[in-house]
Design a protein around this ligand. Structure first.
Ligand code: CP
Length: 357
């Protein structure tokens, strides 16, 4: 694999992604062939935010490959509680291990960690920004359940503003031809403009609507999402949104018999339990596909083997990111890092936030 880190799944070329998907399938069919694939290698899972699936599937993935794991699932039990910076934590953990999976509430954290890590970094979710290994989970599921990743009509429903799984999934599925995204949300929770720009620049299309029932008959895939309570400014704002879209048996009557229902989980109340018994519900199978996807990704990322220590030259930039949720707000030593977007516009390389020069 050309890239050292996976901050988003689009860091992989199409060929690299398809190779990982194929490897995940091979491992799923014959896991015993891979039981020693990562013998002697160590994965660190640094989870500054709660998780069930991502953390445990990374851990089981490494254990099933014969490797071992270290890490924390509560930074208050580490020296983060004493004020240790992200830079120092990553530098030290990178010295102990062979690969790091990191989840953090601030956007762009994985990109910041990658700047200082001598070992590959995987983004296990950075605030409301991106979640590439959930997308890997999703594409392994779609590849197995539908046999293709192109020319699909994909409904994405719920919190499209804060849902990092939605952002990463659209970015990756936009690289396949002919996909049509039906974006189903309230006006308050629509998809960020930069994601719409990515679709507009691709060979895919999108439509924004506010009715799940209206979208249902045309969908090949329905990707339901949780309203992200932890990303709201107030409980009052969350209460206005949390039960707007609920998938139940009745609504499913209008759907294609072949439609697949996905959800990154955890579910709260946006899918009723009765739907779990419908053949089209694939969200629990999805969690298992995700573990094999992570096994394949870990193996691929560890192919290179040797550590790459970061440059001793301290980077600087005159501008700071304006996004209040960007990691540069809380880790103030981080240099501004931008790419130019034409005109006076700069895009923050950590969090994709826009600012003018
Ligand atoms: N899908 C997902 O990221 O789940 P967890 O938050 O439980 O890891």
């Amino acid at each position: 694999m050309k890239t050292k880190n996976v901050l988003d799944l689009t860091d992989l070329s199409h060929k690299e992604l398809l190779d990982v998907i194929r490897l995940a399938d091979e491992i799923r069919k014959k896991p015993s062939d891979y039981a020693d694939a990562c013998r002697g290698r160590i994965l660190a899972t640094l989870f500054y935010e709660p998780s069930t699936r991502t953390q445990m599937s990374f851990q089981t993935a490494m254990l099933r490959l014969g490797g071992t794991i270290i890490g924390f699932d509560n930074p208050q039990n580490s020296s983060v509680a004493k004020g240790e910076s992200l830079k120092d934590t990553i530098t030290v953990v990178g010295g102990y291990t062979d690969i790091i999976a990191i989840r953090h509430p601030m956007e762009g954290t994985a990109a910041a960690a990658a700047m200082y890590s001598p070992v590959p970094v995987v983004n296990a979710g950075d605030g409301g920004h991106l979640h590439p290994t959930q997308t890997l989970t999703d594409v392994v599921t779609l590849h197995n359940e539908l046999g293709r990743l192109d020319n699909l009509t994909i409904g994405l429903c719920g919190d499209l503003k804060n849902g990092r799984t939605v952002h990463s999934l659209i970015k990756t599925m936009s690289t396949f031809k002919g996909n049509k995204f039906i974006l189903i949300s309230t006006p308050e929770l629509t998809i960020p403009q930069y994601i719409k720009d990515i679709i507009n620049a691709s060979e895919c299309t999108y439509e924004e609507i506010s009715s799940l029932a209206e979208a249902m008959p045309n969908l090949d895939v329905l990707y339901m999402t949780r309203i992200q309570r932890e990303r709201f400014a107030s409980e009052e704002e969350y209460q206005k949104q949390h039960d707007v879209f609920i998938l139940d048996k009745d609504k499913l009557k209008a759907a294609k018999k072949t439609m697949k229902i996905l959800h990154p989980l955890p579910r709260v109340d946006e899918i009723t339990v009765e739907v779990d018994y419908d053949e089209r519900a694939k969200y629990f199978e999805q969690t298992v596909y995700g573990m094999y996807g992570r096994m394949a990704l870990i193996m691929t990322m560890l192919e290179k083997g040797e550590k790459e220590f970061p440059s001793r030259v301290m980077p600087t930039h005159p501008f700071r990111c304006n996004n209040p949720k960007c990691i540069t707000v809380t880790e103030k030593y981080l240099p501004g890092v931008f790419r130019e977007a034409g005109g006076d516009m700069l895009i923050c390389k950590y969090c994709d936030g826009r600012r003018l020069i």
